[in-house]
Design a protein around this ligand. Structure first.
Ligand code: TMP
Ligand code: ASP
Length: 237
């Protein structure tokens, strides 16, 4: 497998084509961004930590039957994935109230959501990733009805697999964001699952261990990402 042209540079990852038209290389960079790119910083080692973390989680999900784009780790910063046609949506599952849900509905951070809740957002930095509903998605053609159903089904299946893993390691999976895309007509989980796109708290102390440490200037960001991974059993170099 040969890495070829840079196709796309996102806020935290870059994407390269390969000699196989069905495969891409994801490069996890140290760049970290929040608030739709308004806050940005380089965090040393973050790229390699998220690359490992994502590989661990994607492999767990695949083993449990969730179809994902992940193929294999290539090196410290890079992973090989299937080339998906991405849907312009972000799927958020929430087990506890935090972030925009608290701001929107005036609920207290940490409230347990029973059952867990689900939201779609339109992936658009200029618009600030607005929340959208299934009618918007259908009327504006962002995804077809079967794709909407499948995204919800897979997002909750991911929760059924990951929430107990975090719980067993003394952590709460508060919320997380997933992105999906199409490969040969099938809907697969794409992008990454890492502490950049999740909220994770220590169960006992409720200490924040995820990207809220960066958003809220709490310090020790990458160290906390490593702590989450180590507690889950991720082998970092
Ligand atoms: P929110 O509380 O800001 O809506 O975010 C919910 C979760 O989804 C949180 O873990 C962060 C993640 N997320 C992203 O990673 N990127 C995004 O663009 C959005 C909207 C959420
Ligand atoms: N990752 C997104 C951004 O960089 C949203 C966030 O995490 O706040 O803007």
């Amino acid at each position: 497998m040969e890495k070829r042209a840079a196709l796309y540079t996102g806020k935290a990852k870059s994407v390269y084509s390969t000699d196989d038209p069905d495969l891409l290389v994801l490069v996890f960079r140290d760049d970290t961004s929040a608030f739709d790119g308004k806050k940005r910083q380089q965090l040393e080692r973050k790229g390699r930590v998220n690359n490992r973390f994502n590989a661990f989680v994607m492999e767990k999900l695949a083993a449990a039957g969730v179809p994902t784009h992940f193929e294999r780790l290539l090196d410290a910063h890079e992973s090989l994935v299937k080339r998906l046609q991405m849907l312009p949506l972000e799927c958020v599952v929430r087990n506890y109230a935090a972030g925009s849900l608290c701001r929107r509905y005036g609920v207290e951070e940490g409230l347990r959501l029973s059952p867990p809740t689900f939201e779609f957002f339109l992936k658009s930095d200029p618009l600030g990733d607005p929340m959208v509903n299934e009618y918007h998605i259908r009327s504006l053609g962002w995804a077809e009805p079967w794709q909407v159903e499948r995204m919800k089904e897979l997002s909750f299946r991911v929760n059924d697999i990951l929430a107990p893993l975090f719980q067993a390691a003394g952590m709460l999976l508060v919320d997380y964001k997933l992105e999906f895309g199409l490969f040969n007509g099938e809907l697969l989980l794409g992008d990454e699952i890492s502490p950049d796109g999740c909220r994770v708290w220590d169960e006992r102390t409720r200490e924040k261990l995820d990207k809220d440490r960066f958003r809220q200037d709490l310090g020790a960001v990458v160290e906390s990402y490593e702590q989450i991974g180590s507690r889950l059993g991720v082998a970092f170099d």
